[in-house]
Design a protein around this ligand. Structure first.
Ligand code: GDP
Length: 282
């Protein structure tokens, strides 16, 4: 009768297909492989399945589960008393993470082409839900690493900006959000997330400026080509993630965490806030 029908209805709303895709990008050494391995370990703990091991050399697509207590965007106000929590424990929400390996100069272009492939999917079930861009916050004090990291992030964001512009304005809600996962917060040499955000914004601003200057120099003796795009559009204003969200609709959050560290061995609590970000995308 009615209870069974209700149950079926409930099951259908809560269960999500294991096809919400997230792309994991970032310089090598940031902790991407460690992160996917941890997510898999956490998931297999929940389902009693063993997990595979992988290395930084292979591209991997892993299906992992969201901890039942992490709220999702479609189920934002889940409380401990909420019956949907019970359902989530019985039938955990799954999502997929694609890790992109690669070394040296290749890795950024590999990452971008992966981004291209995944974001082209028109099927709502397989489309890209979000990008996790991982950084080693202890390594960013080094100028060369900061420049390298910011250049990679710049290219990722410019791709997403172009993608946003090509879509119709009514599709704003389908923009792919970016999480800058400020990893290795367990190290005492790590920059706090706020400082990471400022450094990346300032460095991306520098990249934008030199790009604009290069374009001006080039256009002095040649005809102006198609307008080359500037990240965040507004060249007068200093670059910030806020500006990008305001001008283009691409949202960037910088959130601290740690894949390694005492608490992670059992509970993985150092990645909880990233999982919450993932949940909000679902
Ligand atoms: P990838 O190249 O981005 O896949 O980076 P890896 O996952 O191979 O990690 C690079 C190194 O950083 C490894 O030695 C990891 O153990 C280490 N690592 C990853 N996450 C953390 C973290 O949160 N804290 C610390 N201290 N080390 C980490």
């Amino acid at each position: 009768g009615v209870p069974i029908a209700l149950h079926i209805l409930f099951f259908q709303t809560v269960a999500s297909p294991p096809s919400s895709n997230f792309l994991l990008l970032g310089p090598s050494g940031a902790g991407k492989t460690a992160f996917t391995t941890l997510l898999e370990a956490k998931s297999s703990l929940a389902s009693n399945k063993s997990h595979s091991t992988h290395t930084s050399q292979q591209s991997t697509l892993v299906t992992v589960t969201l901890p039942p207590t992490v709220p999702t965007g479609s189920n934002r106000y889940r409380s401990v008393n909420d019956p949907s929590l019970k359902e989530a424990i019985r039938n955990p929400i799954k999502y997929r993470v694609k890790d992109t390996p690669g070394h040296g100069k290749l890795r950024a272009s590999q990452g971008i082409s992966e981004l291209q492939t995944m974001s082209q999917s028109k099927d709502i079930k397989t489309r890209l839900r979000g990008v996790v861009f991982m950084v080693d916050t202890a390594a960013l004090v080094d100028g060369a690493t900061l420049r390298d990291t910011a250049a990679y992030l710049h290219d990722v964001l410019l791709f997403l900006q172009k993608r946003a512009k090509n879509g119709s304005s009514s599709k704003r809600t389908t923009e792919v959000p970016v999480l800058v996962a400020a990893n290795k917060q367990d190290l005492f040499t790590a920059l706090p997330p706020g400082a990471v955000k400022e450094k990346l914004e300032a460095e991306i601003d520098r990249i934008r400026k030199s790009k604009t200057k290069g374009l001006l120099d080039a256009s002095a003796d040649t005809e102006l080509e198609d307008e080359e795009e500037i990240l965040g559009n507004d060249e007068q204003e200093a670059f910030s993630f806020k500006l990008l969200e305001h001008e283009v609709g691409v949202k960037v959050d910088v959130v601290g965490g740690a894949v390694k560290g005492d608490l992670n061995e059992e509970f993985g609590s150092g990645v909880r806030r990233w999982e919450e970000w993932v949940g909000m995308c679902l």
